[in-house]
Ligand binder design. Structure first.
Ligand SMILES: Cc1cc2nc3c(=O)[nH]c(=O)nc-3n(C[C@H](O)[C@H](O)[C@H](O)COP(=O)(O)OP(=O)(O)OC[C@H]3O[C@@H](n4cnc5c(N)ncnc54)[C@H](O)[C@@H]3O)c2cc1C
Length: 306
C-alpha cells in the first residue's frame, strides 16, 4: 500500500520521537530562529542511522546542528528534519599513540569544554587554544574552530564520517581532510573523532588554558547571546573586529541586534532580535567597511533556513 506523505510523516514522528514545529531559537546560542518542521535528538549512532534512512526514504531534507553556537537560523525556520547531535556522546576514551603521545576518542556530541577538561586532567597538551569555545567536538571540527595560536586541524588525527544516503561509517585520516580557515569541506556527518595530544606537565597546560580563557573573557562578550565572531578575518592586515571598530560601528543597533561595544566582530542579541534584524545589521556593517576600506567581510557564522 502506498502511504500518503502525511501518514508517513506521522509514522516518522512516532517512531523517532520527533518534535514537530520546534522553535530553533532553543537550539542556537544566538537565541534566534523560527521552527524546524521536525527535530530529532538521537542518543546513539544506531538511532541516527535509522533516522537518516527513514528521512532518505521520504526524500526529506536534513540539517545537522551541533551545539548551535555558530549558527544563525532564519525567522521562517528550517524545512524538513533538523538533527541535533548534542546527545550523541559516550565515555571519552584515551589510548597510547607512541612515546609521549595519546589519542583521545570522543563522539561528536561531546562538548569541546568537557574534552578540554579531560585533556588537562590527563596531562595532555594541544587543546589549550579551545579554552572558552562553546559547542560540540563535531561542530568544532567542521568549523576548524580556534584562535590565532591553534585550531582543530592541529590536533585532529581522524574522524568517523557517516554517509547520510548509505548510512555507512568511514574513518577518514587527517591527511585526507581539506581543512582551511574556519572550514572543513565534508560531504557527510561526523559521528566521532580522534584527537592527537602530547603528554606535558599538567600545571603548564592549565596555566596556558586559564590565560586563554581569561583573555577571551576580558575581550569578548561571551555571556551575551551571539554566535561568536560574526565575520571571518580577512587574509592579511586588520582583523574583522578592527575594521568594524574603526568604521565607527561599535554599539550600532538594529532593533535588538547590536554590534557589541566590547568586541566589534560580535553581533549580540540584546533581547528579542530577529534573524532579519541581524541580517540588516550584517549588511550595514559590510557596506560601511567596504566603503571605507574596500574589503568584503565574509560571514563566519553559518546561516540556515528559508
Ligand atoms: C561566545 C562564543 C565564543 C566563540 N568563540 C570562538 C572562538 O574563539 N573560535 C572559534 O573558532 N569559534 C568560536 N565560536 C563559534 C563556535 O563556538 C564554534 O564554531 C564551534 O566550534 C561550533 O560548534 P557547534 O557544535 O556549536 O556547531 P554548530 O554551530 O551547531 O554547527 C556549525 C556547523 O557545523 C555543522 N555541524 C555541526 N555538527 C556536525 C557534525 N557532527 N557533522 C557534520 N556537520 C556538523 C553544522 O551543520 C554547521 O554548518 C564562539 C561562539 C560563541 C557563541
Amino acid at each position: 500500500m502506498v502511504k500518503t506523505n502525511h501518514n508517513a510523516y506521522a509514522d516518522l514522528v512516532h517512531q523517532f520521537d520527533l518534535l514537530v514545529d520546534e522553535p530553533l531559537k532553543k537550539y542556537t546560542a544566538f537565541k534566534v530562529g523560527g521552527p524546524a518542521d521536525f527535530l530529532a535528538l538521537p542518543r546513539d549512532q544506531h538511532a541516527l542511522k535509522q533516522l537518516l534512512k527513514a528521512a532518505s526514504d521520504l526524500d526529506m531534507a536534513v540539517t545537522i546542528f551541533g551545539g548551535g553556537t555558530n549558527l544563525l537560523v532564519t525567522d521562517k525556520g528550517i524545512r524538513g528534519l533538523v538533527v541535533v547531535m548534542q546527545h550523541l556522546k559516550s565515555e571519552i576514551h584515551i589510548t597510547d599513540a607512541g612515546p609521549g603521545r595519546k589519542t583521545i576518542y570522543a563522539e561528536t556530541g561531546e562538548r569541546l569544554s568537557k574534552v578540554c577538561r579531560f585533556a588537562i586532567r590527563h596531562s595532555l597538551t594541544g587543546l589549550e587554544f579551545a579554552a572558552g569555545i562553546p559547542g560540540t567536538i563535531g561542530g568544532a571540527i567542521i568549523m576548524n574552530a580556534g584562535i590565532p595560536s591553534g585550531e582543530m586541524s592541529d590536533i585532529v588525527q581522524s574522524i568517523d564520517v557517516l554517509n547520510p544516503q548509505t548510512q555507512t561509517v568511514k574513518t577518514i585520516e587527517k591527511k585526507d581532510l581539506a581543512f582551511s580557515y574556519r572550514h572543513l569541506n565534508l560531504p557527510g556527518i561526523i559521528v566521532a573523532a580522534r584527537l592527537n595530544l602530547m603528554e606535558a606537565a599538567a600545571e603548564e597546560i592549565e596555566t596556558t588554558f586559564k590565560q586563554n580563557l581569561n583573555q577571551k573573557k576580558s575581550t569578548q562578550p561571551i555571556a551575551a547571546a551571539s554566535a561568536g565572531c560574526f565575520f571571518k578575518n580577512p587574509g592579511q592586515g586588520m582583523s574583522a573586529g578592527e575594521l568594524i571598530e574603526r568604521s565607527g560601528l561599535k554599539g550600532l543597533k538594529m532593533n535588538d541586534a547590536m554590534v557589541s561595544p566590547i568586541h566589534a566582530n560580535y553581533i549580540v542579541n540584546t533581547c528579542h532580535a530577529t534573524c532579519e534584524d541581524i541580517l540588516l545589521l550584517k549588511q550595514k556593517i559590510q557596506e560601511t567597511v567596504f566603503k571605507k576600506y574596500q574589503i568584503n567581510l565574509e560571514t563566519e557564522v553559518r546561516i540556515k533556513g528559508e
